[in-house]
Each structure stands twice: as C-alpha cells, then as structure tokens.
Design a protein around this ligand. Structure first.
Ligand code: FAD
Ligand code: NAD
Length: 469
C-alpha cells in the first residue's frame, strides 16, 4: 500500500474542509484533502447553492404566473410554462461552475486533493479507498482536521426510498409531484416546500411542534406563516407522522388530540433535521469527547485528542456553511502559528422562505432568557418606500439593545430580500454598535436598509417615518 505523509490532512471537502485547506495552503502548510464524493460538500452540491437556485427559479415562475392573471404594474404575459429539466440543468450548471472554482482554488493553493473515502486508523493515520479495483492509500499526518459534515435524519416509521425522499432528491426533480407532503416545517421543509408550491405542486406541511420555524419567535415567523397560507400551502401543526398507509399513497398523521387522518401524497419530503456524520469511517475509534451527537470542540476547534481538529456540521449546531468556513479558516491559521479563537459575537442565520427571515444575535425572548434588560423596536416595511416599490410591504426590521448602554445585541428581519441585510446586521453587532450609531449613520434612500436606521430611531423613542407611540 502506498503511504504518503503531510502536515495537515483534511477529511471532507465541504465548506469547512475546503476553506481550511485553501487557507493552510496559502500559509505554506503541506496540506492534503480527502473527499469521497464531490468537492464543495453538501453546501455546494446538494444544499445551500442548488436550493437557492431552485427557490429563485420557482419565484420567477410564480411571478410570471401572477403577471398572467392581473398585475397592478400593468404587465401582461401569456400563460407561462416551465420546463423543469432545463431548470435543473441551469441549477446543475451553477453547481458545476462553483465546484470547478473550488478545485481551482485548492490547486492554486498547492493542496493535494485525493478522491476517496477516508477511514481513520489512528489520530495520525487514515486509509483512503480511492475506487473499485484500486489499491488503498495510507496517509500519515501531523494534524488531522475532521470535516465530514452531517447526514439526513430518517423517520423510522417512514424510511427513505420510493416516494419518500430527502432534500437531495428534492433538489433534482425529474417531474413535479402533483401532491407533495413535507414532514418538518424547519429550514428545508419551508424553503423547498414553498419552492415546490410555486412550481405548481399541491403542498401540505406536517410539523410536530405547534408553529412553523419553531426555532424562531412568533412575531418573526407570523409573516412567513401568512404567506404560506396565501400561497395555498396546507399546514398540519402539532402532528406526528405515523407512516405511509397500506396502499402507500397517503401519509398517516396523528394530531395533538390523538385524531388520525391521511394526507394523499405522490411524494413525501422528509426534512426533520440532520445529524453529525460520526459513524462508519473509523472516527469512533478515536474515542473523542462528544456533545450529544456532535464532536465536542473548544474555542479553537480542538477536539479532546491532541492535533485532531473538527469543524462544521460534525461539531453540531448551528449547522451552517458560513460557520463551517469561519472555523476552517481559523484552524488553518492556528496550525500556522497564529493566535486565534472562535468567538463570534453572532452567527447570522437566514431562512430563504418567502418572505425571507434573518436572525443575528439575540431575539427579545432570548435576551430575556439570558437575563438581559433589553429594549426592542421594529420598523415595518409597510412604511419603507423601497419595499413599496418592490411590492413587498410585508415584514419588518427589529433591533434589540441593552436598556442601560444601548449596545445592540440583536437584529432580526423578515421581508423580501432581507437576506442581504444580514451583512449589515453582523457588522453592527461585531463592531459593538449602539442604537445611537445605527440611528446616526446615513442610510441610502430609498433602500430596505433604511429600516435599520428607523428601527434604531424607534428604539430611542424618536422615529421619523412612523408615528411616535
Ligand atoms: P459538508 O458540506 O457536509 O461536507 C462534508 C464533506 O465530507 C462531504 O462532501 C462528504 O462527501 C465528505 N466526507 C464525509 N465523510 C468522508 C470521509 N470519510 N472521507 C472523505 N470524505 C468524506 N447552510 C447555510 O449556511 N445556508 C444555506 O442556505 C443552507 N442551505 C442548505 C440547504 C440544504 C438542502 C441542506 C441539506 C443544507 C443547507 N445548509 C445551508 C447547511 C450547509 O450545507 C452545511 O452547514 C454545510 O455544508 C456544512 O459544511 P461541512 O464542511 O461541515 O460539511
Ligand atoms: P430543521 O431542524 O431546521 O427543521 C426540522 C423540523 O422538523 C423542526 O421544525 C422539527 O420540529 C420538525 N420535526 C422533527 N421531527 C419531526 C417529526 N417526526 N414529524 C414532524 N416534524 C418533525 O432541519 P432541516 O429543515 O432538516 O434542516 C437541517 C439543517 O440544515 C438545519 O438545521 C440547518 O442548519 C441546515 N439548513 C440551513 C438552511 C439555511 O441556512 N437557509 C437551509 C436549509 C438547511
């Protein structure tokens, strides 16, 4: 068996692993990255990027269909149609371009990329199976970075297969199901459920808890719930899934009162969460300290074993690509001798529903729970000129700040295109902004961002574009 040695061995070429490898290569560290599937990982191939492409295409199609009815803008189009195979090809083209970009960047940084599945032998050695009929390769390293990501959670009562699909299959539809039942009203269920509805499927969402996007507060999710109803998405909240019926054409559910019913389904998308990928590749043998299902790390992404590091979904919530990338970049710098700690003031979370939802820092209930005495204020997009010109008066920007010194601890927004406000929200909190700073900075007019300034003004008791309470 061929044996190679390297300073840093990265297992997994998703956003956590490939960013670590690029930075390490830039810093002159001999780096090898092993990827069993496709460079870019879940995010690029079957996650963030393809889902946002499909969501965009579905939104455009829905807009065209709306113009075919009646448009206040005076736009008229003949009855539009969508050729799904072409939509999927377009989405695949974006993924391929980005994946090619990642491969190019790794090469330019001098990273050795090995295609194959890594199996851990010990904290310094892996064996890689590179393909049928090919010899295994042994790689010995000084530092090992674990970045294998996460895997989808299956429902025991309704395992994947046949008409029961995960987000991966939902992102590459061969045809549109007439009736789609979505299990789970979290990120994936609502992002993809909404997209399928806009593409023309009848969509029914089943959620175990009593609200959609239960991780967020009522005020924030109310516009999303209202929009789902407007779009004609049926919601069954507080319901548990019992499995498919005997003929396999309906999902049996039970509500909080114990009443059972059946939801006809041509396809079922199960989106009830993801778990860190901890088993099946020898990681168990390292006997690392765990945090429930995730690998426990410190604020430098060190595991309990010397020179074994872990980043991304393997390390648990929040399972977001930008967190994985930030961790990966930091680990490379620490290995290169720099002093770094992972202590972000806030990690933004964006849900690409319609309307979009952004949460950065603490929400009012979270601030209260943390024992902080806070004030909060929101500015509605109904009073924002730019939102009106975009036909999107739904939603608001909300700010949360400490009552004593006005330090901003949270920004949230729900509304069209608010994902793009997440950068300003993150900067604000990371830079320790106070309400007076946000209120005093000149915001370009007319933009959605003006709602940030107005929310801060309102929190200070001196709003300009809504009446004082
Ligand atoms: P991954 O991206 O999962 O990469 C891990 C890689 O390791 C994979 O390529 C895998 O093949 C490889 N691997 C695993 N084991 C081995 C082994 N033994 N040997 C070799 N290779 C191995 N996050 C966001 O921030 N924004 C979004 O909009 C967003 N949308 C999403 C939409 C969907 C449908 C899904 C499923 C996820 C989405 N996410 C989103 C989450 C995001 O994709 C993950 O948080 C992110 O990909 C985690 O990065 P990672 O590097 O930890 O792991
Ligand atoms: P999620 O945790 O966001 O949502 C799962 C939902 O399923 C929850 O509301 C939960 O209450 C519900 N649920 C759990 N078991 C159930 C059951 N038996 N019956 C009915 N409902 C049930 O998980 P997800 O949507 O699968 O997404 C997985 C991860 O991927 C997320 O945690 C997130 O980190 C990541 N992701 C992020 C984005 C984004 O950033 N825009 C988009 C998609 C996915």
């Amino acid at each position: 068996m061929e044996t190679r040695s390297t300073t840093l061995l990265v297992i997994g070429g998703g956003p956590g692993g490939y960013v670590a490898a690029i930075r390490a290569g830039q810093l002159g560290i001999a780096t090898t990255l092993v990827e069993g599937d496709r460079l870019g990982g879940t995010c690029l191939n079957v996650g963030c990027i393809p889902s946002k492409a499909l969501i965009h295409a579905a939104g455009e199609f829905e807009q065209a269909r709306a113009y075919a009815q009646e448009s206040p803008l005076g736009i008229h189009v003949a009855s539009p149609r969508i050729e799904l195979a072409q939509t999927v090809r377009w989405k695949d083209g974006i993924v391929a371009r980005l994946a090619g970009g990642v491969a190019g960047l790794l090469k330019k940084s001098g990273v050795q990329v090995v295609g194959g599945w890594a199996r851990i032998i010990d904290g310094k050695t892996v064996e890689v199976t590179t393909g049928a009929g090919q010899d295994a390769l042994r790689i010995v390293c000084e530092h090992m970075l674990l970045a294998p990501g996460s895997q989808v959670v299956a429902l025991p009562a309704m395992p994947f297969g046949g008409k029961v699909i995960s987000s991966t299959e939902a992102l590459a539809p061969k045809a549109l199901p007439k009736r789609l039942v979505v299990v789970g009203a979290g990120y994936i269920g609502l992002e993809l459920g909404t997209a399928y509805r806009k593409l023309g499927a009848e969509v029914t969402v089943v959620e175990a808890l009593d609200r959609v996007l239960p991780a967020y507060d009522d005020e924030l999710t109310a516009p999303v719930a209202a929009s789902l109803r407007r779009l004609g998405v049926r919601l069954h909240l507080g319901c548990t899934v019992q499995g498919l019926n005997a003929s396999g054409d309906a999902v049996r559910i039970r509500d909080a009162q114990g009443e059972e019913s059946a939801l006809p389904a041509d396809q079922v998308l199960v989106a009830v969460g993801r778990w860190p990928r901890t088993a099946g590749w020898g990681m168990e043998g390292l006997m690392l300290n765990m945090n429930d299902r995730a690998v426990r790390i410190d604020d430098q992404c060190r595991t309990s074993m010397r020179n074994v590091w872990a980043v991304g979904d393997l390390t648990g919530e929040p399972m977001l690509a930008h967190r994985a990338m930030a961790q990966g970049e930091m680990v490379a710098e620490i290995i290169a001798g720099r002093r770094r700690h992972f202590m972000p003031s806030a990690i933004p979370a964006v849900c690409f529903t319609d309307p979009e939802l952004v949460v950065v820092g603490r929400t009012p209930p979270e601030a209260k729970q943390a024992g902080l005495d806070c004030i909060s204020a929101m500015f509605p997009f109904a009073a924002n000129g730019r939102a009106m010109t975009l036909e999107s008066g739904d939603g608001f920007v909300r700010v949360v700040a400490r009552r004593d010194n006005h330090a901003i601890v949270g920004w949230q927004a729900v509304g069209q295109s608010v994902s793009e406000l997440s950068a300003a929200f993150s900067h604000s909190i990371e830079m320790g902004e106070r309400l007076e700073d946000a209120a005093g900075a000149i915001h370009a007019h007319p933009t959605l961002g003006e709602a940030m300034q107005e929310a801060a003004l309102r929190a200070l008791g001196r709003p300009l574009h809504v009446a004082r309470a």
